[in-house]
Design a protein around this ligand. Structure first.
Ligand SMILES: [Mg+2]
Length: 243
């Protein structure tokens, strides 16, 4: 060891945001409604469907439910509309939302494991993901230069490779299923890991049960994030840091 010591990353942990790290108190749906209004100039009559979908998917579905086939101009303005809608709803999010029990402890405990780096894998566009976790003080040990976001693509499974490439560029090593752990609350998160090349820990703090997450292919499932030692042990096992 010495001046030439290189950081060897054994595990890239990618957190889903909504219903995994935070509860948004319904504010996320209000953000989509506001973004819709900013894009179309009229109020949304239908509610957005979320459930592990990416921001581009959610907004396209919402537009189409209103009979709107988005114009090239609207597609170009999509991310800006979502970002503005987030800014307008930030105070409301901090009032009505909260960090889920155990989320901060889990992040802090994993940050203390040598060889683990943490970021997010979320359908939210990057700036909105940063706001959502920062509002509740969960941001400090997450590296937002890494990660995969709805602003990187509409297909969630594709975001795993985006996150792995970012980590590869930063740490000069490759990342695959034995060195990447995705933690999320929906079968869409699980599927993204299965298809995209990550081990998956399911957490049943959203609307899907432990059985549903397990059935979708999660390697390990928890009811919530409150058992910090068990969560850390699961991450270490899935990344080969322990047997
Ligand atoms: Mg989620």
């Amino acid at each position: 060891m010495g001046a030439w010591a290189v950081t060897v990353v054994a595990g890239l942990v990618l957190w889903d945001v909504d219903h995994t790290l935070i509860e948004n108190g319904g504010v996320s749906k209000e953000i989509y409604a506001r973004a819709f209004e900013l894009l179309t100039g009229r109020p949304a009559e239908h509610r957005a469907e979320t459930g592990g979908r990416t921001d581009p998917q959610i907004m396209l579905n919402l537009l189409r439910r209103h009979g709107i086939e988005p114009s090239p101009d609207q597609l170009t303005r999509l991310n800006d509309a979502l970002k503005s809608a987030m800014t307008l709803n930030r105070a409301r999010l901090s009032e009505r939302g909260y960090a889920l029990p155990g989320a901060l402890d889990a992040i802090v405990a994993l940050a203390e494991v040598p060889g683990i780096v943490q970021s997010v894998l979320t359908g939210n566009i990057q700036p909105n993901a940063v706001v959502k976790v920062s509002v509740f003080g969960l941001h400090e040990r997450l590296d937002f230069e890494l990660g995969g976001y709805g602003s990187d693509g509409a297909v969630r499974a594709g975001l795993v490779a985006v996150a792995q490439q970012r980590a590869s560029r930063k740490y000069g090593q490759s990342f695959g299923r034995s060195s990447t752990v995705l933690i999320g609350d929906t079968p869409r998160d699980v599927q993204a890991g299965v298809d995209g090349g990550a081990a998956v820990i399911g957490v049943a703090t959203g609307s899907d049960s432990m059985a549903e997450l397990s059935e979708a292919g999660a390697d390990v499932v928890f009811s919530d994030l409150t058992d910090t030692p068990a969560l850390v042990a699961a991450v270490m096992k899935l990344t080969g840091l322990s047997r």
